[in-house]
Design a binder for this molecule. Structure first.
Ligand code: SAH
Length: 259
């Protein structure tokens, strides 16, 4: 599915950035790189910065125009380091990751388009994109290095893709929780646990009945957040019973507890 998402670099001047972009893509599982009229490619600088992602450079498609790069695409997203005058439908990087994955999963072809190091994308090029995406950088220093921008968007694609993969796992998790829920400790069981806890804390001198402060309400809040199961509560009550015995000076023989 990720092979249906292509990264398009327009008019790149530094071949090192092409290599850096290839590496960023490969880290995130993207493989299709399209170069529109690169100034210097192929190049040893690109290979050096790709740091092992040379297969992506080797397979990179070099074309003359942005139009050529976008052939077959059903979703085209352009990137911009700053706000442009023409208002355009915007996606944030996260939405861009989700939209790209949804489109690719539905069988479409997606292009993420990146501009020149010095001048970005022209207005004409931006108008060939259905959506624009801006990485929400500090407005006083908003322009990322080209390969770094590719990294951010590739990462968001990967996160969206992973989330889509994990849907069945999430369902399984819900089922496990539902199973545990049937065995949750009930309110009345919790009340007698809190009573037991309080007696034990008094017995070991941790809770002063004259000056209880907010200890019990804080402990109620803590256990209340924990979704205690009956089994877990029995373990805690077993610990309390043994703690009380120890406080009374009774010896605990190993193996006596049955939790
Ligand atoms: N002076 C140019 C900077 C281009 S930076 C300009 O103002 O447009 C090179 C490319 O990196 C951009 O064309 C874009 O593809 C990407 N890029 C850099 N910073 C970005 C940001 N904050 N959001 C989205 N893309 C960004």
């Amino acid at each position: 599915m990720l092979e249906r998402i292509r990264v398009v670099l327009v008019g790149t001047s530094h071949p090192g950035n092409i290599g850096g972009a290839a590496r960023a893509m490969k880290n995130m599982g993207l493989s299709r790189l399209v170069l529109v009229a690169p100034e210097d490619f192929p190049s040893s600088d690109a290979v050096a910065r790709a740091s092992g992602a040379t297969d992506i450079l080797d397979a990179a498609q070099v074309v003359e125009t942005l139009e050529d790069a976008l052939v077959g695409c059903t979703l085209v997203v352009g990137t911009s380091a700053r706000d442009r005058r023409i208002p355009w439908p915007m996606l944030d990087p996260r939405e861009c990751g989700v939209a790209s994955c949804e489109q690719a999963a539905a069988g479409g072809e997606v292009a993420l388009v990146f501009g020149r190091e010095y001048a970005g994308l022209t207005n004409e090029e931006l108008q060939r994109c259905q959506y624009h995406v801006h990485i929400p950088s500090d407005p006083d220093f908003s322009s990322l290095n080209l390969a770094a921008a590719v990294q951010v968007l590739s990462y968001e694609v990967r996160m969206a893709w992973l989330a889509a993969q994990q849907l069945p796992t999430k369902v399984a998790k819900l089922e496990t929780t539902a199973m545990l829920n049937t065995q949750l400790a009930t309110a009345d069981e919790l009340e007698s646990f809190y009573g037991h806890l309080e007696r034990a804390l008094v017995a070991i001198g941790f809770l002063d009945p004259e000056k209880p402060r907010h200890l019990m309400s804080r402990l109620r809040r803590l256990y209340g957040r924990s979704d205690l199961s009956k089994l877990e509560m029995n373990i805690l009550r077993g610990i309390l019973t043994e703690t009380e015995k120890a406080a009374r000076g009774e010896h605990h023989k190993r193996g006596e507890t049955d939790v």
